[in-house]
Design a protein around this ligand. Structure first.
Ligand code: PMP
Length: 354
């Protein structure tokens, strides 16, 4: 019998979500993975198609053009940047580089589903600190959860799946309480959707803090989820640790090219983000008007606190052709999509008897 590491025993394999379905053949919508409903811009597709002509070659392992474009965009040195196949890969690399059996990783819960899995794979232990009643990070409790075994703290802002952002002041005071040998990962996958002036900006925070690293992605606001590109901003020793753990040639040439083209077309893409933010405001407003107590959200999704009704609600949405992400016993996360999709979801929410 083949034997695997014992830490694998507790790891839950990722479960693929249900594709939307509807018996009457009318359109269906996937609001379960926080994707961007808009396809890549024509110019981005054209650049990626051109890059596909050299797919007989390995990609540029150093992803230099992409790193240089990010470097200019954020005014950070290339040596402070790394890319990988999605920001989730960077999360895995950072944990693999920092943790092993006996170590602890502190993060708020509920948060991104990949966190417990990525921590378990290293053999380390998750220390999950409950969110406050309004679905925000409880930094007092997180500071109290630090021990001399803590190696990494994960901070997700806006928090997936609940939506609120971490404010700059609260994170700065928390960072002051974190020992300098503990790595703090600020996961800003939904950063571009934030419209809260008090929000933290990870790229500003990392500059004078060697133990802070920021993760961002092209999957959400830039609409390139299928290309699989994310980036990390951190000090050179952190970036070097990521590079040592990275798979060689992980980010394909088409993905690198699409990411560069998207940064060049950023103004146009951010107009789409603006449209999604407007839809978010509308959806949250209509849910609250219908009596739903939804937390504030600064991401491209909204949290529905459904408790024991979660699965039944997700099934009701599915029957209307809208797939959403249920977290049984707790609530459901619903991505903000195109207006027709949001209308269909709002119809389900309005007619739901509570
Ligand atoms: N962080 C958070 C908080 C996310 O919600 C996601 C995607 N669901 C990711 C990271 C990973 O995104 P990707 O790997 O596509 O960059």
């Amino acid at each position: 019998e083949v034997r695997f590491r014992s830490c694998l025993d507790d790891v839950a394999a990722y479960k693929p979500g249900k594709p939307p379905e509807r018996a009457d053949g009318r359109p269906t919508y996937k609001l379960s993975s926080n994707e961007n409903p808009y396809p890549p811009l024509p110019g981005v597709l054209a650049a990626a198609t051109e890059a596909a002509a050299s797919m007989n070659r390995y990609p540029d392992m150093g992803a230099l053009e992409l790193l240089e474009t990010l470097s200019a965009r954020f005014d950070v040195p290339v040596s402070d940047l790394a890319v990988a196949t999605g920001s989730v890969a960077l999360l895995y690399h950072l944990l693999q580089a920092s943790c092993a059996e006996g170590d602890e990783v502190v993060y708020a819960w509920r948060s991104f589903e990949a966190y417990p899995i990525a921590v378990q794979l290293t053999g380390a232990t998750s220390v999950q600190v409950p969110l406050t009643d309004d679905a925000r990070h409880d930094f007092k409790a997180m500071a109290a959860a630090l021990t001399d075994r803590t190696r990494v703290v994960l901070v997700c802002t806006p928090n997936n799946p609940t939506g609120p952002v971490v404010h700059r002041d609260e994170l700065v005071s928390f960072l002051d309480a974190v020992p300098r040998n503990v790595l703090v990962v600020i996961d800003e996958a939904y950063r571009e959707f934030v419209r809260e002036p008090a929000t933290v900006d990870g790229v500003e925070l990392y500059r004078d803090r060697p133990n802070v690293v920021v993760l961002r992605t092209f999957s959400k606001a830039y609409g390139l989820a299928g290309f699989r590109v994310g980036y990390a901003v951190g000090h050179a020793p952190v970036i070097t640790a990521i590079r040592k753990c990275a798979l060689p040639f992980g980010v394909s040439e088409i993905a690198q090219t699409a990411a560069v083209a998207s940064l060049k077309a950023e103004a146009e893409l951010l107009e789409r983000v603006e449209a999604l933010v407007a839809e978010r405001t509308r959806v949250v407003g209509e849910l609250r008007a219908a009596g739903w107590d939804v937390p504030e959200t600064h991401a491209n999704f909204v949290w529905m606190p459904l408790g024991d009704d979660t699965v039944a609600f997700a099934e009701a949405a599915q029957a209307e052709g809208v797939s959403i992400r249920p977290f049984p016993g707790d609530g459901a996360r619903v991505t903000i999509g195109e207006p027709e999709a949001n209308d269909l979801f709002l119809g389900v929410a309005r007619s739901w008897r509570r």
